[in-house]
Design a protein around this ligand. Structure first.
Ligand SMILES: [Mg+2]
Length: 379
């Protein structure tokens, strides 16, 4: 639809599609085991016939997210110019009178991604170019993840990810601490010196435990220690940073730039990991990445358990942001990545830890609406 007049196109409808998939194998973190997961695909239609796509992180109760989108957000967008993305964001934010966060921000995130897709399709440009320039045509990705479990299984999973060509691999960590340290050392031995490793604890620890694990990670040359503590324990993160040499990473649990402020300005975090389908869409994630860049903190998108739209939006942000470090890339071939769009998932497209950025207009995705119908969440 290149050549259409961007300013004249108006949003005519916002449709939320709640989707549920069974995972090819359970994802096991310190929180437990996930056997199925949900999301919401957001479709924003315009009076010019151009359709934009977004994705909302809604792992559970996807129908509740869809209802939130269609009742609280849609009325604020229908009839508005599609290109007024910042205005849409501010208008949707006003649907929640309290502090930013929770389901509403996740719902907004999916709705915010779609007009970027529309704008790109209208202009005939990739979203990365709209975000300030295609600064790289391929991006670095890392493998996520080796699941927490019995050591032989973890070693087998690590070997499989090494065989896929990833130079940086994430390992899930949990309690107890002595078992964690045993795995940290064993994974390093198995990987050798040529493969970089990082760890994700998904808030498994209290501060004293995290300090102990952090020392083991530093001693074994790990690249980062992700979410060692609950995201609210900001002074704990600061103390951990003072006491351990291992770089800290977090951000997937944060909403908006405001929730990243303290740990970025103090440079407690070395790596900020917002999820575009949770933190506030492309609009807010770009703000967060820019903000991190101003304090010499790297941007590394989180896409865990997401679909192909979240992944692809993150690829465009990665291509554009100057402080981009590396993007998460899931090894599993879940239906949310393999079935709902024509673009193969990152784990299939990556070669030696590099992933091409889609060069077509918008996000560069063609949705398979039959697959969307097939994956629709049960009543
Ligand atoms: Mg994580």
């Amino acid at each position: 639809m290149k050549g259409a007049t961007t300013g004249g196109i108006r949003i005519s409808d916002v449709i939320a599609h709640p989707l549920t998939q069974k995972l090819p194998r359970p994802t096991v973190t310190s929180w437990g085991s996930y056997e199925e997961v949900s999301m919401v695909l957001v479709e924003v239609r315009t009076d010019a016939g151009i359709v934009g796509i977004g994705e909302t992180l809604g792992r559970f109760a996807p129908r509740a997210y869809a209802r939130l989108i269609e009742t609280a957000l849609k009325p604020r967008l229908v009839g508005q110019p599609a290109a007024s993305i910042g205005t849409h964001w501010a208008g949707m934010r006003r649907a929640l009178s309290g502090r930013a966060g929770g389901m509403l921000l996740e719902a907004m995130s999916g709705v915010d991604i779609a007009p970027w897709d529309i704008l790109g399709k209208t202009a005939g440009l990739p979203v990365a170019t709209l975000l300030g320039g295609m600064n790289r045509t391929e991006i670095d990705v890392y493998a996520a993840a080796v699941n927490w479990g019995p050591l032989p299984e973890m070693e087998a999973e690590l070997a499989a990810l090494i065989a896929q060509g990833f130079p940086l691999i994430k390992v899930k960590m949990a309690r107890p601490v002595d078992e964690a340290i045993r795995r940290i050392e064993a994974m390093r031995r198995k990987a050798g010196d040529g493969i970089a490793l990082c760890v994700d604890a998904n808030w498994a620890y209290e501060l004293d435990e995290a300090i102990e694990v952090g020392h083991a990670l530093a001693a074994n040359g790990y690249t980062w220690f992700e979410e060692p503590l609950a995201p609210e324990i900001e002074q704990g993160y600061e103390e951990l940073r003072r006491r351990c040499a291992v770089p800290l990473a977090a951000g997937e649990s944060n909403f908006t730039v405001d929730q990243a402020k303290r740990l970025v300005t103090s440079r407690t975090l070395s790596v900020l990991q917002p999820d575009v389908a949770r933190a506030g869409g492309i609009t807010e994630t770009r703000r967060m990445a820019d903000f991190a860049g101003a304090f010499d903190v790297a941007y590394a998108p989180h896409i865990g358990m997401s679909g192909i739209v979240c992944e692809t939006a993150s690829v465009h942000l990665s291509a554009a942001m100057p402080n981009f470090r590396v993007m998460e890339c899931e090894g599993d071939r879940s239906p949310f990545k393999t079935e709902i769009a024509d673009l193969a998932p990152g784990c299939l497209r990556q070669r030696g830890g590099k992933l091409d950025v889609p060069a077509g207009p918008g996000l560069g995705l063609m949705i398979d609406w039959d697959a969307v119908a097939r994956l629709r969440s049960p009543e």
